[in-house]
Design a protein around this ligand. Structure first.
Ligand SMILES: *Cc1c(COP(=O)(O)O)cnc(C)c1O
Length: 413
């Protein structure tokens, strides 16, 4: 769209994404297409679409114009070669495992993991997939866990709730060296703060339900193929999916065996809501990040707060890594209060800050993690992840910072 030599910046590309594919009637937004079936004037074209000889729509579980527009938007934001959207972020992660792994394969995952992703890996362990959970802040731990049957290395950028930052560059190099699929969950950083392709990610996960959509009103997830992985020697691909360049084969199988067969399809209504929300992604993330940094500094100086985990603080173990890799430090942090304060009483005293499980909303949300999202995991695993009972996770929103500081001040008083 640009006539200049220089490629446009992230925000500009994002805002004009729908127009790059020319929506119907000159609409500025892609319309919400609700039809699940598509008519062909020439039945031969219908056959060609089914056989993959022609691009087109066949059935709403696999493709939809509104969802396609969102997929193209994510692809542009991540600088990838293609994206497939799912009903949720969990469906996106699950479909990768379901489509590309077989019994006897080995996965190395960060031990610092979204609770439901951790639970999902344990389900795959019951199906005969081996999973090693390692300290992904150090690529040496990943290297030590390598086995001849290792296929995938899975990490999050900023882990929830302790905010550990994976050794993204080191692990990317290791995966390249050993021909491993490197999956990076970019949900907490979003494509606005970090582009996992720069560290060699093969697949980028985004839960679109969080900061991407940004208003806590629609679920969605996506997998972006960076095109960096060559599937030539990957053992579990079906021959009929090996068409076109070998860097696309894995994505083809993910679309067929993951999206089509497992069927966790994103609805066109949700796709529209998420696309609309994402137009202000940078504005929201920048504001939430600056609020979070100010709050982290406030908590670190407060005598009633024992510990603050936030990558923007120089006291954070991976602060230098975060400063190098991410454009801002994000909206996620966790705090531990001194023993004298009951975390439930503290949360109940907050007036603007909402007790809620979500993150990436416009509003600031807080949750006592050991009692809720990490409860099912059990005390032993929580201890390994560094999650004490007093920990509160904050997903900082875009309110006025003075009001947030005032609210936390009175709740701590
Ligand atoms: C929320 C979240 C997911 C799952 O996304 P859903 O859309 O809720 O299924 C995955 N990874 C991370 C890091 C998340 O925060």
């Amino acid at each position: 769209m640009s006539t200049q030599d220089k490629p446009a910046h992230f925000d500009t590309v994002n805002l004009h994404s729908d127009r790059s594919d020319k929506p119907e009637h000159g609409s500025l937004h892609k319309a919400v297409h609700t039809s699940i079936a598509f008519e062909y004037d020439d039945a031969r074209d219908l056959a060609a679409v089914f056989q993959g000889r022609k691009s087109g729509y066949n059935y709403g579980r696999q493709q939809n114009p509104t969802v396609n527009a969102l997929q193209n938007r994510v692809t542009r934001m991540e600088g990838g070669q293609g994206t497939v959207a799912f009903a949720t972020g969990m469906a996106a992660i699950g479909s990768i495992l379901f489509a590309l792994l077989r019994q006897g394969d080995h996965v190395i995952s960060s031990a610092f993991l979204f609770g439901n992703t951790n639970s999902l890996f344990h389900t795959f362990i019951n199906f005969g997939v081996e999973v090693s959970f390692v300290d992904a802040t150090d690529s040496a731990a990943v290297r030590a866990a390598l086995r001849p049957n290792t296929r995938i290395v899975f990490v999050e950028t900023i882990a929830n709730p302790v905010t550990q930052i994976a050794d993204l560059e080191g692990i990317g190099a290791l995966c390249r060296e050993h021909g491993l699929i490197f999956v990076v969950d970019n949900t907490i950083t979003t494509p606005c703060l970090f582009n996992p392709r720069e560290v060699g990610a093969s697949f980028i996960i985004n839960s679109l339900s969080k900061s991407f959509g940004g208003h806590g009103d629609a679920l969605g997830g996506s997998v972006t193929d960076t095109g960096l992985y060559d599937w030539q020697d990957y053992p579990h691909l079906y021959d009929n999916y090996k068409t076109g360049p070998s860097t696309t084969w894995g994505m083809t199988q993910l679309k067929k065996k993951g999206l089509r067969d497992f069927g966790a399809t994103l609805s066109p209504e949700a796709a529209h809501t998420l696309a609309l929300g994402s137009e202000t992604l940078s504005l929201r993330v920048e504001r939430a990040s600056s609020n979070a940094l100010a709050l982290a500094q406030f908590f670190e100086a407060h005598p009633r707060v024992r510990k603050v985990n936030y990558p923007g603080l120089p006291s954070h173990p991976q602060h230098a890594r975060a400063a190098k890799l991410f454009r801002h430090f994000g909206a996620l942090m966790s705090i531990e209060l001194i023993d004298e304060i009951d975390c439930f009483d503290f949360l109940n005293r907050l007036q603007y800050v909402v007790s809620s499980s979500n993150l990436g909303d416009t509003r600031t949300l807080a949750i006592p993690v050991a009692h809720t999202i990490f409860f099912e995991m059990g005390a032993a695993r929580r201890a390994l992840m560094g999650i004490p009972d007093s920990m509160i996770r904050l997903a900082v929103g875009i309110e006025n910072i003075d009001d947030l500081v005032a609210d936390f001040s009175q709740a701590l008083a």
